[in-house]
Design a protein around this ligand. Structure first.
Ligand code: 13P
Length: 239
């Protein structure tokens, strides 16, 4: 069971150091894996503050080339050099707002895996796609692109994040999550996280579904108490 906090564009280095010092007092990752995915500029602060705690530090994106004329990009090898052990790729915010495609997400995933990083590759349908009963088509296309580029890797995790549930307070029902996860499971042998308005109040019921292997948590990961409560819920359902 993996609980990953995706901080998105929150917490610079100073706040990261303070937060991580507090986090290691509240979250002991025994029995579950715990990850924080922090902004690039805060990675060093997080790696330093969490050293020896068992909580791992991931980036939120990584480029598919190691060097070159790619202004504004960061390479997987550069992340590894900092003590970062993984990265998110293909988050829906990157797809919606920054032109990420299935192909670029897949290239990022493949290069990060080849560089020794773990990867959380995000997939998920829009509300209109769900309404039109296209959820499985979309998931099939998105997961297919990742698998085609990466092959089977023990360091690949998929995050199912229905776009309509991200930051909206609308959560997939446990049945909706389970059904999407079971479908993804037919495509890939990898852990599958659920993301989309995961909170302390709904974590246990979502994580209790048989094909939900963890959570990718946005807003509720920004507060130590709520993130710790989600980790505790994960521990309680994984024993
Ligand atoms: P929220 O938990 O804020 O809905 O965000 C989910 C998410 O996008 C995690 O990557």
């Amino acid at each position: 069971m993996l609980i990953a906090g995706n901080w998105k564009l929150f917490k610079g280095p100073t706040e990261t150091s303070e937060f991580c010092a507090e986090l290691r007092r509240h979250v002991v990752p025994n029995g579950i894996d715990v990850v924080v995915c922090v902004p690039f500029v805060s990675l060093v602060a997080a790696v330093t503050a969490l050293d020896g705690s068992g909580v791992r530090v991931f980036a939120q994106n990584a480029h598919w080339q190691e060097t070159g004329p790619y202004t504004g990009e960061v390479a997987a090898g550069m992340l590894a050099e900092l003590g970062v052990t993984g990265t998110i790729v293909g988050h829906s915010e990157r797809r919606q707002l920054f032109g990420e495609t299935d192909e670029t997400a897949a290239r990022r995933a493949a290069h990060a895996l080849a560089s020794g990083l773990d990867v959380i590759a995000c997939v998920g349908e829009l509300e209109a796609e769900r309404d039109e009963e296209l959820t499985e088509d979309v998931l099939g296309r998105q997961v297919g692109a990742i698998i085609e580029a990466t092959g089977a890797s023990p360091r690949l995790t998929i995050a199912y994040e229905p776009v309509w549930a991200i930051g909206t307070g609308k959560t997939a029902t446990p049945e909706q999550a389970q059904s999407a996860h079971a479908f993804i499971r037919t495509l890939v042998d990898a852990p599958i996280l659920y993301g989309g308005s995961v909170k302390p109040e709904n974590a246990a019921v979502l994580l209790g579904e048989p094909d939900v292997d963890g959570a990718l948590v946005g807003g509720a990961s920004l507060d130590v108490d709520s993130f710790a409560a989600i980790c505790a819920a994960a521990r309680s359902v994984s024993v």
